[in-house]
Ligand binder design. Structure first.
Ligand SMILES: Nc1nc2c(ncn2[C@@H]2O[C@H](COP(=O)(O)OP(=O)(O)OP(=O)(O)O)[C@@H](O)[C@H]2O)c(=O)[nH]1
Ligand SMILES: [Mg+2]
Length: 342
């Protein structure tokens, strides 16, 4: 317990410390915008993300009824009558003033806000950049997670292509953390049912969300907290999150998994920008294993401008380590590049 009967005396000046404020745990919210965003939030809600609240936002009332989340709101009712936008991003942008106060009221009090949307439609493509601004306005740290449309949709619909490019451009212009999910990377699951593939992608997204939330919610034994993440994400550049899990002795495999085997699309410059690397392991995690992971990661990122490594160990033994990283200073992605990952 913080403070309490064994805390130092008033003489030490400790009584004037606002213990309750200091012990406050950062709060996180995951918001699903539009149809694809709401489906992702429903999947995350069903997978029980501990300590994270969920909100589904849509212009389509019928679809919203099928979403499962702690909170659900129908937006732009006056203009779109609860029927969705039918791909009309401009209509949703025009109606955004209508839902501004409602969204701000839901966002207030959260430290981390994840904004999820499928790009290409009207609702998610309009609300993702709009909500990014609102999340910053309430003082939260936003992380956008967007799903690019399928190649077939992009090549046959100028509207979907335009909605996607505009949203992508606006999100990147605002800087901060952007998780860009490329459907092309899902092509390796061509033989699986669609729902299962989306579920797999959502589980990966869940690991990224849980990794960051966990990193900032519990005090680490070294270095990393919300202030570090905030500083990295506030320098105006673009950043992504990375995640991997493996055996503590397999530093190369863990780092390769994080950088090259994920579902995200990103482009690291010759030299990465400020980066946070957080390693979580069991009580048996050795100093050597931890350092090998840090060194391998540093080497693979070509010596980032600034690397902040941190770790936390659990009281019990665990033959796994989990790596969560925030990598800054990334290149902007065009839709063309994201669709043809190297
Ligand atoms: N339904 C669904 N669509 C996905 C998913 N992942 C990516 N998408 C893409 O998301 C894009 C946007 O679709 P929706 O989310 O339905 O569109 P919306 O934001 O509700 O916009 P409007 O319905 O036009 O107002 C589609 O073009 C899909 O390619 C997913 O998990 N579920
Ligand atoms: Mg919709």
């Amino acid at each position: 317990m913080v403070g309490g009967s064994s805390s130092p005396t008033a003489h030490d000046g400790f009584d004037s410390i606002p213990w309750n404020d200091l012990a406050r745990v950062p709060k996180a919210l995951v918001v699903g915008l539009g149809g694809a965003g709401s489906e992702a939030v429903t999947d995350l809600f069903d997978q029980h993300l501990a300590g994270v609240d969920t909100l589904a936002v849509n212009t389509d009332g019928h679809h919203l009824l099928t979403a499962r989340a702690d909170m659900r709101i129908l937006v732009a009712q006056a203009t779109l009558a609860g029927r969705g936008s039918g791909g009309d991003r401009e209509a949703v942008l025009k109606a955004s003033a209508e839902c501004r106060e409602d969204l701000i009221a839901r966002f207030r009090g959260y430290d981390l806000i994840f904004l999820l949307a499928g790009l290409g439609g009207g609702t998610g493509s309009a609300l993702a950049p709009f909500c990014l601004t609102l999340a910053r306005e309430v003082g939260a740290l936003p992380v956008s997670g967007v799903f690019l449309p399928f190649q077939a949709e992009l090549s046959t619909s100028a509207r979907i292509r335009e909605n996607t490019s505009k949203a992508l451009e606006e999100l990147q212009a605002q800087g901060g953390a952007l998780l860009l999910f490329s459907n092309e990377r899902l092509r390796k699951f061509d033989r699986l049912p669609i729902k299962q593939v989306f579920h797999y992608r959502n589980s990966y997204l869940r690991a990224l969300v849980a990794g960051l939330v966990d990193m900032v919610r519990h005090p680490s034994e070294m270095n990393v907290d919300l202030a570090h993440v905030r500083r990295l994400l506030s320098d105006g550049g673009l950043a992504t999150l990375l995640f991997a899990e493996g055996h503590p002795s397999d530093a190369e495999g863990i780092v390769r998994q994080a950088l090259r085997e994920g579902l995200l699309d990103f482009e690291i410059r010759d030299r990465a920008g400020p980066t946070i690397l957080f390693v979580e392991g069991g009580s048996d995690l050795t100093f050597g294993a931890y350092h090998r992971i840090v060194e391998t990661f540093r080497h693979e990122l070509h010596e980032p401008v600034e690397l902040t490594p941190g770790f936390r160990t659990h009281p019990e033994r665990w033959d796994r380590v989990r790596l969560t990283a925030v990598v800054g200073g990334l290149e902007r992605r065009t839709l063309e590049k994201a669709l043809s990952p190297s």
